[in-house]
Design a protein around this ligand. Structure first.
Ligand code: ZN
Length: 80
């Protein structure tokens, strides 16, 4: 039997679409592969997965606060 664990951190400037894509990829990987160790089942189930879901929920608010006002006074997400 092979036991393998990997922790990654992403830092960078991305648009909302790419941030969502990255978070969804990380959440899917954790849900599929993060349950195979005695420690991982607790760390991933009680901390990592809830944190990733909370990040996905908060994402629109994060980008709304950085939206630049348009000429007509409305706001649109900034392009990056
Ligand atoms: Zn992008």
């Amino acid at each position: 039997m092979i036991v393998y664990g990997r922790t990654t951190t992403f830092r960078g400037l991305v648009c909302e679409a790419h941030a969502r894509e990255r978070l969804q990829h990380d959440l899917t990987s954790t849900l599929l592969l993060g349950w195979w160790g005695a420690i991982s089942i607790f760390v991933n189930g009680l901390y990592i997965v809830p944190t990733q879901i909370a990040s996905l929920v908060r994402l629109p608010r994060l980008f709304a606060s950085t939206a630049a006002p348009a000429a007509d006074g409305t706001t649109r997400p900034s392009q990056s």
